[in-house]
Design a protein around this ligand. Structure first.
Ligand code: NAD
Length: 353
């Protein structure tokens, strides 16, 4: 193949992976020379935050179980005040992308170091990116301060992730790796990670649907999700992520389900423009990667169409208009009739073309 020029930038992070690695948390706090940890979770995962506090003993100075979807600025400001009044010298986030987002928001405001213990496959812990909302508007920014310093992937923490959310969260992760393969700033290191990650998740997700307590399948999925997070944090995303952002924001659709439904159609749209990426995907997904992704969605019991998430049929044209109103780079130019057809198929739950 022809010689390729590229720029590769690595995001520095210390990663600890394996079953039971939660026990390493006190050592990691010591390693950062921290003595006053503030622990974050959602209300639903407060028990897990308390478990970390018990593990840390007097080094845990406070728990804030108030993380919420879309990282609302008022919650981040309030939690930052708490961190300052507690004189916290490290923030520890246990949970999914929402809780990681809160830790990142506090770190952006204070430059405190972060330790993250992910419990979903969202991958936010590997990125220097933060999306915050205020007055219904989402603003995304990137900064080295946002990138967590230490990530502990304890696969046992993911055993309780409900089967349905496991499937859609995993397909959301796959979407990061798929778009990384055709990113404008792609490079061979990220390509290799993306192919490895998609292969791991494509095998693990149906196995988790069949047996959510399988430690082997859970471990493979978390490994894949980690690498997908690296992809997301390293190169730019295109049509799929922009479209999901528009659909989610305009019709109040759930994050990982929307990604799961749109991905096969967005890939089918781009396929004619990305022969190299399709060849790499075929190695791990078989000869028809878009249909293979659609089938994984069915195997994990995810909703097939945006109509099942409550999007009105009249929204199809509006979504197409919105997607075209704010142009961005994509390997295949945005063409209204084909784009509308993509959205219509995703709405209906049809197989990708
Ligand atoms: P989430 O963090 O909102 O979690 C969903 C719900 O599941 C929460 O109530 C949570 O407490 C619960 N939960 C999480 N793990 C669990 C477990 N193991 N067992 C039982 N319940 C569990 O969802 P998410 O999909 O992880 O994250 C989505 C958010 O993350 C979105 O807001 C998205 O924009 C953001 N995100 C950001 C980035 C980034 O790089 N900035 C990357 C990916 C996602």
């Amino acid at each position: 193949s022809e010689p390729r020029s590229f720029t590769y930038v690595g995001n520095p992070a210390r990663v600890i992976f394996g079953p039971g690695t939660i026990a390493r948390l006190p050592d990691e706090v010591d390693r950062l020379e921290a003595k006053r940890a503030m622990i974050l979770s959602t209300p639903a995962q407060q028990d897990e935050a308390e478990r970390l506090a018990a593990l840390l003993g007097p080094r845990a100075v406070g728990i804030f179980p108030g993380a919420a979807m879309h990282t609302p600025v008022d919650i981040s400001d309030y939690a930052t005040d708490r961190a300052r009044s507690l004189k916290a010298d490290v923030v520890i986030a246990i949970g999914g992308g929402s809780t990681t987002g809160l830790g990142k928001a506090i770190a952006l405001r204070t430059d405190l170091p972060q330790i993250v213990l992910p419990t979903t496959y969202a991958g936010s812990e590997m990125t220097p990116i933060l999306g915050e909302t205020s007055n219904g508007q989402k603003r995304t920014q990137s900064s080295p301060r946002i990138l967590p310093e230490v990530v502990i992937y304890d696969v046992e923490l993911t055993l309780g992730l409900p089967a349905g959310l496991s499937g859609t969260s995993g397909l959301n992760a796959i979407a990061h790796a798929v778009e990384a393969l055709y990113a404008r700033d792609s490079n061979p290191v990220i390509d290799a990670l993306a192919v490895e990650a998609i292969g791991a998740l494509a095998g693990a997700l149906p196995a988790i649907a069949a047996d959510p307590q399988s430690l082997a399948a859970r471990s493979k999925a978390l490994y894949g999700a980690w690498l997908c997070g690296v992809c997301l944090g390293s190169v730019g995303m295109a049509l799929h992520h922009k479209l999901c952002h528009t659909l989610g924001g305009s019709f109040d659709l759930p994050h990982s389900e929307t990604h799961t439904i749109v991905l096969p159609h967005a890939l089918a749209y781009n396929a004619p423009a990305i022969p190299g990426a399709m060849e790499k995907l075929a190695r791990v997904l078989g000869p028809d990667p878009a249909t293979a992704l659609f089938r994984i969605g069915r195997a994990v019991g995810a909703p097939a169409g945006l109509k099942d998430l409550g999007m009105p049929e009249g929204g199809i044209d509006r979504a197409a208009d919105l997607a075209l109103s704010n142009p961005y780079w994509n390997p295949r130019p945005l063409e209204r009739p084909a784009l509308r057809d993509l959205i219509a198929r995703a709405w209906d739950g049809a197989e990708p073309l």
